[in-house]
Design a binder for this molecule. Structure first.
Ligand code: NAD
Length: 331
């Protein structure tokens, strides 16, 4: 039986990955500061621990029954833990010191102990936020091919930390033989993601606003609404990660959708799903770059797989799930 360690297993992508790997027959240990928010974890073992602490990382990376020389080590380690949130958390500047310090500490510890305890394969989740701002000024023609990352000019400290950690893991591969796979996620969304409180991302925040609105209301949308993005449904993300892990391609490689949509059109899509009569009001707020869309050419070439569903299918499922959350909160 394969053994996997999932760091950040209490978070959105990590908790979904636990479920997916359990379905695939793995033995799974999850680690996080907190348990998953929506439903019990399916991990065989769940450790509450702070990965900024090297002693915690040392302890959790050692697999059950592993000897200190590496025999019996984890087959796969998934590093999802990070101090992150949506635009309201990442782009205001108020959380930059925490974002930089907390996530860098986690990655420094993980890289060190992954080598010392000879884990067989490590996945690192980087982000589309590493891409330079200067290639994302035109909402209709953003450039996000992997080789466009340099000269680096991310538009947030969150992006800089991700770029630093990509490079950290790549040096551990080059000098110390750490076997890694790196992907740059582009806006992953779906049920059981944060949907209120300030750390939620655009699809969840917009679904919530529409669900809470009454006929005739205006939906507040940050910026002029012409900024473009693409969004990838969680199940597709997990499939893409597992296929990357099964390949011998190291990355960094984009994992995202190429179905680009303006934020106002995303709101229109959600309003359409709701069946309500609502209008859009564009207001001042953190909005990030003007245009962003995944470029999947490299992934297609190296892994040979495509996203299978249109955005609307995932948005419908997410809308339904958030609607249930809103209803149960009111009861
Ligand atoms: P998330 O915030 O839901 O999950 C991250 C988890 O890390 C949280 O549960 C948090 O408690 C945990 N964590 C933070 N600090 C920790 C610490 N010191 N010790 C232990 N655990 C700690 O985020 P997510 O959406 O599941 O994202 C997972 C990874 O993918 C992150 O690294 C994120 O930067 C990256 N990513 C996500 C997206 C996306 O759209 N969701 C896009 C690009 C990159």
């Amino acid at each position: 039986m394969k053994k996997a360690l999932i760091l950040g297993a209490g978070g959105f992508i990590g908790s979904h990955m636990v479920k997916r790997l359990k379905k695939e027959g793995y033995w799974v240990r999850g680690v996080d500061l907190k348990y998953p928010e929506f439903g019990k974890t399916e991990a065989d073992e769940f450790v509450i621990g702070d990965l900024r602490n090297p002693l915690v990382v040392k302890e959790v990376i050692l697999a059950p029954n592993q000897n200190e020389l590496g025999k019996g080590s984890f087959d796969e380690v998934y590093q999802f833990a990070a101090d992150m949130g949506g635009a309201g958390y990442v782009f205001t500047g108020d959380n930059d010191a925490n974002i930089m310090h907390n996530s860098a500490m986690i990655n420094l510890n993980v890289a060190e102990w992954a080598v010392k305890y000879k884990i067989k394969l490590l996945f690192y989740s980087s982000s589309a936020c590493i891409y330079p701002k200067y290639n994302q000024m035109d909402p209709n023609n953003p450039k996000l091919s992997e080789d466009s990352a340099y000269p680096a000019a991310p538009d947030s400290e969150y992006g800089w930390e991700k770029l630093f950690s990509e490079r950290l893991y790549l040096t551990f591969l080059k000098n110390l033989g750490l076997n890694i796979r790196i992907s740059r996620f582009h806006n992953i969304f779906g049920p059981e993601g944060t949907w209120e409180g300030g750390k939620e991302k655009a699809p969840a925040a917009l679904c919530r606003k529409v669900i809470e609105a009454q006929d005739g209301d205006f939906i507040d949308v940050w910026g002029d609404g012409k900024q473009t993005r693409s969004f990838l449904y969680i199940d597709e993300c997990l499939e893409a990660v597992l296929r990357l892990m099964d390949s011998d391609f190291i990355g960094p490689v984009n994992i995202g959708s190429e179905e680009m949509i303006s934020i106002n059109n995303l709101v229109r899509m959600i309003i359409g799903i709701s069946g309500k009569n609502l209008k859009i009001k564009n207001i001042k707020g953190p909005e990030g770059v003007r245009g962003r869309n995944s470029d999947n050419k490299l992934y297609r070439e190296k892994i040979g797989w495509e996203v299978s569903q249109p955005l609307k299918v995932g948005i419908e499922k997410t809308y339904q799930w958030i609607e249930e959350q809103v209803k149960s909160r009111k009861n």
